[in-house]
Design a protein around this ligand. Structure first.
Ligand SMILES: C[S@@+](CC[C@H](N)C(=O)[O-])C[C@H]1O[C@@H](n2cnc3c(N)ncnc32)[C@H](O)[C@@H]1O
Length: 514
């Protein structure tokens, strides 16, 4: 038992051993607390905000993997040695194949190694580690053969190796999965290549200072206040690599998620924010194979989420009255599809039909179509409702995106006056609250140690050894800072996404006599 910075010696030694080992696993340099602090700041910004966009829902490093850093347990091997025949994959194994290689935990790597050993002929088990290493995928593999972690150093594969033209052939090499009947082949993601969309991020004082999305070009340079880096340096790195800017500052390069893409792509009108788009998908219960109507296309942000949700068997009909907005939506959609092809080697579904038309007068365009759901993000949607209504399936949901509450009232009044059998089931506002959770760092760069509360009634012996401990070690700034002895700042982030929209859920009801 211990409070604050105090604990019994045996515990303290044990913790110190664990922490030291953890640092040996993860740090390139001999460990110094300041360095660890920096790493933790990178890993622990659970809720930081992008200065420019007030939105930072990017992929994060797994803080637990940074902190734990345990030696892989031998239990993992037991999982793998179930027999020499090919067996079904567990849910954990299946999921691990979908994740970026760098993010897999030690346990998953053990599991995989176990599988590799399973499938080797008997008597050749001793070289199983070699197999893992040559695959060059696992953090422990890199550690054991003296290589550094891929996310701390640019991948050594050269740009020539990842030639733009032979990329499709290369895809096969990055394919993972056992290829057995029970597990369809899943594409792993190749290193970053020319023509791909990349997101670069710099995290300085505990939050995101810089974020830029760009296309990798042969002679391009990424410029920032913190220095520059040539695109050719980025080509060949794994997504999620920390590279160095000319100033020495670290910059994270990775592929953008769809959410990040729509936030950073070029806009014509304002977009439906991803947090609202995904809530509307849920409202409409959009499923693979659905046929969905959208208006207006705007910049194409909502369109992309709809396209992903309906998949290759579904279809999105997107109607926009302005030619320039229509063109922007189309370009954004095609750009994402192209990036996807380079990233995965497979086509993003070509499932959106873009039309330039006023929705109220789009009868000819819609005739013969039926929709499982509709989403309206446009001015005065109540005016367009009578035109949309006949093409909705009974029970279908029409989700409406409105910025002001007065518009919500106009919509409901429009429904009431038109007499359309539409039932308003919900009106919601989606709020995300970003939090800042990171080690508190003092002005001189050292970590702030926790202070044990003063206890006048406590055991004297305990207090005595507590005092001795303090003389021996001052945890505030040395290397051996045991787990749990550092103060964290834990508060809502000072930059929050403000109000974006009200989402109204209207359901088509089948009238009694119709
Ligand atoms: C806010 S934007 C939509 C943004 C889009 N949801 C996105 O996520 O990028 C509204 C769009 O609706 C279009 N619009 C407005 N009234 C329309 C109508 N009656 N028929 C078709 N489009 C319309 C506008 O031209 C504008 O491009």
């Amino acid at each position: 038992m211990w409070t604050g910075v105090y604990m019994y010696k045996p515990y303290r030694m044990l913790v110190r051993i664990c922490v030291t080992f953890s640092r040996q696993q993860w740090c390139r340099e001999p460990p110094r607390w300041r360095g660890v602090c920096q790493q933790m700041r990178f890993a622990r910004n659970f809720g930081t905000g992008d200065k420019e966009h007030n939105e930072n829902e990017g992929e994060r490093d797994n803080p637990e993997s940074q902190l734990s850093g345990e030696k892989p347990s031998s239990q993992g091997l037991v999982f793998g040695k179930l027999g020499s025949r090919r067996r079904h994959l567990s849910p954990l194994e299946r999921i691990s194949q979908l994740l970026p290689q760098e993010s897999l935990s030690q346990e998953v790597w053990e599991l995989r190694r176990g599988r590799a050993e399973d499938q080797r002929p008997l008597g050749s088990m001793e070289s199983s580690q070699e197999m893992t290493d040559t695959a060059g995928m696992g953090p422990e593999g890199s550690h054991e053969n003296g290589r550094q972690r891929p996310d701390l150093q640019p991948c050594q594969e050269s740009a020539e190796e990842v030639n733009f033209c032979d990329r499709e052939e290369k895809m096969e090499e990055w394919q993972v999965g056992d290829g057995g009947d029970s597990s369809p082949a899943i594409f792993g993601e190749p290193p970053l290549g020319l023509g791909e969309l990349v997101l670069a991020e710099y995290r300085g004082k505990g939050w995101l200072e810089f974020r830029k999305m760009f296309q990798l070009q042969e002679k391009g340079h990424l410029q920032s206040t913190w220095g520059s880096v040539a695109h050719s340096t980025i080509v060949g790195s794994r997504s999620g690599s920390l590279l160095q800017l000319s100033s020495g500052s670290p910059i994270l390069v990775r592929r953008p998620s769809l959410e990040e893409y729509v936030l950073l792509m070029k806009r014509a009108p304002a977009i439906a924010y991803p947090k609202d788009s995904t809530a509307m998908l849920m409202m409409m219960d959009v499923s693979e194979g659905d046929s969905v109507l959208e208006s207006g296309s705007g910049s194409g942000a909502m369109t992309l989420f709809l396209s992903r949700a309906v998949g290759s068997r579904g279809c999105v009909t997107s109607v926009e009255r302005r030619e320039d907005h229509h063109q922007r939506a189309l370009r954004n959609y095609q750009r994402w599809r192209k990036a996807w092809k380079l990233r995965r080697g497979e086509e993003w579904p070509d499932n959106v039909r873009f039309h330039v038309a006023e929705l109220q007068g789009a009868g000819a365009l819609l005739s013969g179509l039926r929709f499982n759901s509709a989403v309206l993000d446009m001015l005065s949607p109540q005016v367009a409702l009578p035109a949309v209504f006949p093409y909705l399936n009974d029970g279908a949901v029409c989700a409406v995106y409105l910025v002001n509450l007065t518009q919500v009232i106009d919509l409901l009044e429009g429904v009431r006056v038109s007499g359309l059998p539409l039932q308003c089931e919900r009106i919601i506002e989606v709020q995300h609250r970003d939090w800042l959770v990171a080690p508190a760092v003092m002005k001189d760069g050292t970590a702030a140690a926790r202070v044990a509360p003063f206890s006048g009634t406590g055991d004297e012996e305990e207090e005595q050894s507590h005092a001795e401990g303090k003389e021996e070690e001052d945890f505030s700034c040395d290397d051996d800072v045991p787990f749990g002895t550092v103060t964290y700042m834990v508060r809502p982030h000072h930059q929050q996404t403000a109000h974006t929209a009200f989402l109204v859920k209207l359901r088509k009801i089948k009238a009694k006599n119709s």
